[in-house]
Design a protein around this ligand. Structure first.
Ligand code: GLU
Length: 261
């Protein structure tokens, strides 16, 4: 009887421990997945000229899209091996974590809060928050937005910084820059607060709005990845591309070609 009980005990223990087999560790390595797929999938903006937009042929264009093509060339040997997925400030992290995209290249600033849930590449550009108003506006500074209405884009850095800097501002949020811009022009708010680069893109061919000269923050743009070991090799590869393309002057040339200072 005792023998039987001991045998049963052994069986249960071995079954529960997987018969002594080593538990196979499932390690995801996004760079390996990309190499196997032979294509990188990148989230880019489509309404932030000149960083991410559709050109007249309907192709993804802009500095961010061009950087994505350089990364595809560096990792897979061809700038054609990239698939673009449109993202907004509010859905880019969700699309990254749902696996729809391998990385975000979308005017995304590195912030300590974001670093808690994302990993970032080296920075490839520095922008600054600024204010866009209608040309006939008397507003000159951020403080003058107190008691007024300002537009922010959901999920962007100005969504959090504006309320802290100007406690009595009325904040109106939009998902896209296109809608924010339309609302400003229609008089639904007094200003848009966001990155100078994006606001300049809106103001460039439109005399009815003006970008105020002051900059209120430093926004370090970087490529964003899912946080953790799965992204380690990919980040190394992306950083190598950024380093090479910075050293050989290519990134500056590309910026100049888009009129970015
Ligand atoms: N760079 C800022 C951010 O990452 C604003 C630009 C954007 O809307 O993406 O939130």
């Amino acid at each position: 009887m005792l023998k039987k009980v001991l045998l049963l005990l052994c069986f249960v223990v071995l079954t529960c421990c997987g018969c002594g087999k080593k538990t196979e560790e499932i390690t995801v390595n996004t760079l390996n997945e990309i190499t196997k797929r032979d294509e990188i999938i990148v989230g880019v903006k489509t309404d932030t000229y000149p960083f991410g937009y559709y050109d007249e042929k309907g192709h993804f264009a802009g500095y961010d899209a061009t950087l994505a093509r350089l990364i595809a060339r560096g990792i897979l040997g061809s700038d054609k091996k990239v698939k673009f997925v449109p993202v907004t400030a509010s859905d880019r992290m969700m699309k990254l974590y749902s696996g729809d995209i391998d990385m975000i290249i979308a005017t995304m600033s590195v912030t300590p809060k974001r670093q808690e849930i994302l990993d970032f590449s080296a920075s490839y550009y520095t922008a600054g928050q600024a204010i866009l108003v209608r040309s006939d506006s008397n507003i000159k500074t951020l403080k003058e937005l107190n008691g007024k209405r300002a537009i922010i884009i959901f999920g962007s850095t100005s969504e959090s910084s504006l309320r802290t800097a100007v406690p009595n501002v009325g904040i109106i949020g939009y998902k896209t820059y296109t809608d924010a811009y339309k609302a400003l022009k229609a008089g639904k708010a007094d200003a848009i607060v966001s990155d100078d680069t994006i606001l300049l893109g809106l103001a460039l061919k439109d005399d009815s709005v003006k970008l105020l000269p002051k900059r209120y923050t430093k926004e370090l743009y970087a490529v964003a990845f899912r946080k953790g070991s799965e992204s380690k090799e990919l980040i190394k590869a992306v950083n190598k591309v950024i380093e090479i393309e910075t050293k050989n002057g290519n990134l500056i040339k590309i910026r100049n070609s888009f009129g970015i200072k």
